[in-house]
Design a protein around this ligand. Structure first.
Ligand code: NDP
Length: 336
């Protein structure tokens, strides 16, 4: 059983010393337990937070503990009611080949699900994040303008496509022309603006002639600076993530803009609400799963996955994810 444990807490970007590969015996399930063979491991930005001991909504991974992560697994043997050998499940199995589970939080997908790994993306946690953040906090109304950052990633891509289904004008923000082309040509957004271009702020302003009614925030930093002056009165901001800051070790240099931000929120009566997907919207999972499965089957929501072979690739693939090297949802296939 290969497993990555947290070896030391990173300062800034994780390094080769952050995680350590160990090999242990395959665990033996006891009474009321099942043994899961992890087939796919999800890589997600929140994992950077779990490597850190800074206060957060969830406790950190302790030094020496297996790194946490969402997994799609097959049941090897089971003494848990409702699960039998051969079932495919979605679990929180961590960065390792095998996991013991008592069934808590484990979703059974049956013996032959289509595209099982999609349960880590559009049909799972990132999909629910997109759907719930947009519908519950974004409160979209037909004809409004939605801007979404991180537009080619699993959350952003899904937010924008739902926006189109709901009749919004949708403008994505992504890094580079290749990702922007995908966002418009394949995902069907109305426009996509490259935040790495010098003309970014002007390009964004031109793409939203009627201002911004909903800004789905995934990144923070310089992107939010360009968005802020374009927000309409009564705009809604689902505050989902701030990936540009996850490796930061200090606040950025420059003038303190807190009062400018608060003035904007006040005068324009803007609602900005942070959320943590399962804590706030976990109860909506069944409704989400039904609707999203339908949209995916009908081809109304498209999904791009970047499958990477081998558990040993996971640490570098995770660093790359935070750098913007992923193009679509990054998943590790735990090859034998
Ligand atoms: P993504 O694949 O979108 O994250 C990686 C992308 O982030 C990169 O490809 C890059 O996009 C972008 N990025 C990285 N650094 C920067 C930067 N400095 N400025 C702008 N963009 C940057 O991940 P997900 O779709 O999984 O998640 C999106 C966001 O949602 C994250 O912030 C995540 O933490 C958050 N989240 C929050 C949840 C919640 O419950 N609140 C649940 C799930 C996710 P590009 O290539 O375009 O530069």
């Amino acid at each position: 059983n290969r497993q990555f444990v947290l070896a030391e807490r990173p300062k800034g970007e994780p390094t080769d010393n952050t995680l350590r590969l160990e090999t242990t015996e395959v665990p033996t399930p006891g009474k009321g337990q099942m043994l899961l063979r992890n087939e796919y491991l999800s890589l997600d930005p929140y994992m950077r937070g779990r490597m850190s001991s800074a206060p957060s909504y969830a406790p950190p991974v302790e030094i020496g503990e297996v790194m946490v992560g969402g997994t799609v697994a097959q049941v090897v043997s089971s003494d848990v009611q409702g699960y039998e050998a051969g079932d495919w499940v979605v679990a929180f199995g961590g960065w390792q080949d095998y996991t013991l589970s008592d069934g808590t939080g484990v979703i059974n997908m049956g013996k032959s699900p289509q595209n099982p790994s999609w349960a880590l993306g559009v049909l799972g946690m990132p999909g629910l994040t997109a759907w719930a953040g947009l519908t519950q906090i974004g409160q979209p109304k037909e004809g409004e303008t939605l801007v979404v950052a991180g537009a080619s990633g699993p959350v952003g891509a899904t937010v924008g496509q739902i926006g189109k289904i709901l009749g919004l004008r949708v403008v994505g923000i992504a890094g580079g022309s290749e990702k922007c082309r995908h966002v418009v040509d394949t995902l069907g957004f109305d426009a996509c603006i490259d935040y790495k271009a010098d003309s970014f702020a002007d390009d964004l302003a031109k793409a939203v002639p009627d201002g911004i009614d909903i800004y789905f925030e995934n990144v923070g930093g310089a992107v939010f600076d360009a968005v802020m002056p374009l927000l309409n009165p009564s705009a809604r901001i689902p505050l989902c993530g701030l990936i540009s800051q996850y490796n930061a070790t200090a606040l950025p240099e420059g003038p303190d803009r807190m009062n400018y931000l608060m003035g904007q929120l006040l005068r324009k009566r803007i609602t900005m609400r942070g959320f943590i997907v399962f804590d706030d919207f976990g109860h909506l999972y069944p409704e989400f799963a039904k609707q999203m499965t339908g949209w995916v089957q009908e081809g109304k929501v498209k999904y791009r996955e970047e499958m990477i072979e081998g558990l040993e690739q996971a640490p570098a693939a995770f660093v790359g994810l935070l750098r913007g090297e992923a193009f679509g949802k990054r998943v590790i296939h735990l090859a034998d």
